[in-house]
Design a protein around this ligand. Structure first.
Ligand code: ATP
Ligand code: MG
Length: 272
């Protein structure tokens, strides 16, 4: 791949000289903090804009987003329906490109990366979790996770990934034999088995009841804490803001406000 590279940012060391440096800097950061400048910057967006359609049908889904996200952070992204949350997540995950503006992932310019570079980026660096689990019905939990570990660069075993989300006892079950929360935890194991630096979750508890939702959040929080995975969770549920390092309030395609929590609440202390 031929990503466009930039010089180190303020506060960065000088190992940003190619892929080895890129990966050397992915080790977990465990301190719980808000926008801690000591954490390496992972994403940097400037004036990120996404316009869908044209003429009268034009929708400014992103209307100039300026944002920095740092290694190991747990971010909750809150905002009304249609405010552009999924659009932003798709940009961060390299699933879609912007109309204007800049988006950097470490020293890779995602806005100008070609398809091959984006595929590489998604495969190596990003795990996705959606509201619906998208498991393959004819494969067991272990086999669903193994699909990903077989193509990953430095994966954990499917057994280790399923153990992280508390599913060892269900490893040989098919999706139809699992509850919704268990299926979502298989999806989490599948997303994190390749040890991505970034975990992007679009309403991961949207289809679940409160108790099950909390178990799923505990699994996500554990991955964030133990693997140091920068995690972004989109939700409509304002209660989940308490479990974040930082909460991004989004509306009309823009960041309206960012709030840093002095302490993160444990998922099992959340009630809604
Ligand atoms: N592929 C697309 N084509 C046209 N318009 C789109 C497309 N995707 C999103 N939009 C529009 O962009 C705006 C932002 O959509 P987005 O899905 O990002 O919102 P959201 O904040 O995730 O909403 P929700 O909470 O309902 O999921 C909406 O007005 C939506 O209709
Ligand atoms: Mg959405």
């Amino acid at each position: 791949m031929h990503p466009v590279r930039r010089p180190p940012l303020d506060g960065e060391d000088s190992v940003n000289d190619g892929r080895p440096g890129l990966y050397r800097r992915m080790h977990p950061v465990h301190e719980s903090a808000g926008a801690d400048p000591a954490r390496p910057q992972v994403f940097r967006a400037r004036g990120l804009t996404k316009v869908y359609g044209s003429g009268e049908a034009e929708v400014h889904a992103l209307a100039g987003v300026d944002l920095e996200l740092h290694a190991g952070e747990l971010i909750v992204l809150l905002g009304p329906s249609g405010s552009g949350k999924t659009t932003l997540l798709n940009q961060l995950g390299g699933l879609d490109g912007p109309t204007a503006g800049e988006l950097w992932y470490r020293d890779i310019d995602l806005t100008h990366a070609d398809e091959a570079a984006l595929t590489h980026y998604r495969r190596d660096s990003v795990g996705f979790i959606f509201q619906f689990y998208n498991l393959i019905p004819s494969l067991t939990a272990r086999e669903n996770v193994a699909l990903i570990t077989e193509i990953a660069r430095d994966p954990m075993t499917p057994e280790a990934a399923l153990d992280m989300v508390g599913l060892s006892p269900r490893i040989d079950h098919f999706p139809a034999q699992l509850s919704g929360g268990e299926q979502q935890r298989v999806a989490i194991a599948r997303a994190i088995a390749k040890r991505p630096e970034v975990l992007l979750c679009d309403e991961p508890t949207g289809a679940l009841d409160v108790r099950t939702g909390i178990v799923v959040l505990e699994a996500i929080e554990r991955v964030n804490r133990e693997l140091g995975t920068l995690t972004v969770i989109i939700t409509h549920n304002a209660v989940m803001a308490d479990m974040a390092d930082r909460v991004i309030h989004f509306s009309d395609g823009r960041v309206q406000r960012i709030h840093a929590n002095a302490r993160r609440a444990r998922p099992d202390s959340l009630h809604w």
